[in-house]
Ligand binder design. Structure first.
Ligand code: ASP
Ligand code: MG
Length: 426
């Protein structure tokens, strides 16, 4: 029986957390385990800053990279009080590789460099965690995920080449289990092209890696260890009242992540659903507690509304300059504009003379989109908005919103209500 476990950045953010993750792994009395570990703490964000600095050419990238290395050195110093030169050298080599990746001109552009640099976070993290586990007597084998996660060349958003990936996973991971290994430890989030260039799978993509491994290994189940007690009815960062779901269906999980719930990466569910592999979301701080079970046909329990908030939204109203109707021809032109700018519509509404859309107010996409829209249309927009999605709502739930908040737009289906809200002070 093979199981897959994923530990995110928060679960390995400092030495104490790494020790806790090790204790969780040790407590699992499972036959064969594939363990996926993310970059430590906020390392991925920090590495993104390095790449941005490289792009701006502001001369700060080396200092920023050194800060990231020191953060890891500090964790290593606590985990290995009598030192571990070999590990320290290997970690240093990864950071040197990141530096080189920025100097080399391959002509492949910013997103390519991003992948070469940002992937180092997971490589370094997994090396430290696996060395620590082995030092405490928990025998694990470290594997470089770039040997088996095969993708195309969509930098930052690598698309999985499933046949190649499953074949490589068979060879590398199943092969290791067959030769007696019990625990495989590897990186999430990263992959490799046929030309041996590193790719990444999209932010928070380690969950997805866990699902890919489970799919290709026909695993019994997957557990994602999180800093929350499970899948909650509302994000504790934004809402005071929430409860933990004991179980939900794959379908509900897909819907929740579609509307912006960040507890699991949206791409995680599909591969699991295809092979009917249950997913557990559990708390690494409280590993005794049950968490949430996600599986086929599971009735969502308990039955309460769930609240999802997407901050930083922009609401754009588009109308024809002569106030004529917005007809099918306009809509098809508008949709190809959105697609061209890779701007994902979170909510849309059509009236006789205007078409209104709510989008993430991404500074890298929206200004150019607005410029393009203005060419042929009259545009009005509001920024600093939030999009609330409420699944399985009661009418009274929505009434409460109207009492407390300024609602700019509302849409309801039988199960789901969405409200665009101007937050106080904006
Ligand atoms: N370290 C990557 C990120 O923070 C991947 C992950 O943690 O899932 O996006
Ligand atoms: Mg992370």
């Amino acid at each position: 029986m093979i199981t897959v476990h994923k530990f995110g950045g928060a679960s390995v953010r400092d030495a104490a957390s790494v020790k806790n993750a090790a204790a969780v792994i040790q407590s699992l009395k499972e036959n064969k385990m594939a363990v996926v570990v993310s970059a430590m703490g906020k390392t991925t964000n920090a590495l993104e800053k390095v790449v941005e600095s490289h792009l701006r050419n502001d001369g700060k990238k080396h200092k920023l990279l050194e800060e990231i290395e020191s953060y890891h050195l500090k964790i290593m110093a606590e985990l290995f009080p009598s030192g571990n030169d070999q590990l320290q050298n290997s970690v240093h080599n990864f950071f040197t590789e990141a530096s080189w990746a920025m100097e080399e001109d391959t002509g492949k552009g910013y997103n390519f460099i991003y992948d070469q640099v940002v992937s180092m976070g997971e490589l370094v993290s997994t090396l430290i965690v696996s060395t620590y586990l082995n030092s405490t007597g928990i025998k694990v084998k470290w594997l470089d995920a770039r040997n088996f996660i095969r993708t195309d060349e969509t930098w930052r958003e690598g698309k999985i080449l499933w046949d190649e990936t499953c074949a490589e996973i068979q060879q590398h991971i199943s092969g290791s289990f067959e030769s007696g290994e019990k625990i495989i430890l590897t990186q999430g989030f990263i992959g490799c092209t046929s030309e041996n260039y590193t790719t990444t799978l999209g932010r928070e993509g380690s969950d997805y890696t866990a699902a890919i491994l489970a799919y290709c290994l026909n695993a019994e189940n997957v557990t994602i260890w999180k800093d929350v007690p499970g899948v909650l009815s509302a994000d504790p960062r934004y809402f005071q009242d929430y409860i933990r779901f004991e179980q939900i269906s794959y379908h509900d999980a897909i819907e929740l992540t579609y509307y912006g719930a960040t507890v699991i990466h949206p791409k995680t569910i599909k591969p699991l659903e295809n092979k009917n592999i249950p997913l557990y979301v559990r708390s690494f701080a409280n590993p005794q507690s049950k968490g949430t079970q996600i599986m086929r046909h599971a009735a969502t329990r308990p039955k309460v509304p769930s609240f999802i908030l997407k901050p930083d939204q922009i609401l754009i109203s588009i109308s024809a300059r002569d106030f004529s109707f917005i007809a099918e021809e306009n809509l098809s032109e508008l949709f190809s504009l959105f697609a061209g700018h890779k701007a994902k519509i979170n909510l849309m509404q059509n009236s006789a003379i205007s078409f209104t859309v709510c989008l993430d107010n991404d500074p890298l996409k929206i200004p150019a989109l607005l410029d393009d829209l203005k060419r042929n249309y009259a545009i009005l927009f509001n920024e600093h908005l939030s999009l609330y999605t409420i699944r399985n709502y009661f009418p009274s739930t929505i009434e409460e919103f109207y009492k407390e908040k300024e609602v700019l737009l509302e849409q309801r289906s039988r199960n789901t209500a969405q409200l665009v809200i101007r937050e106080h002070g904006n």
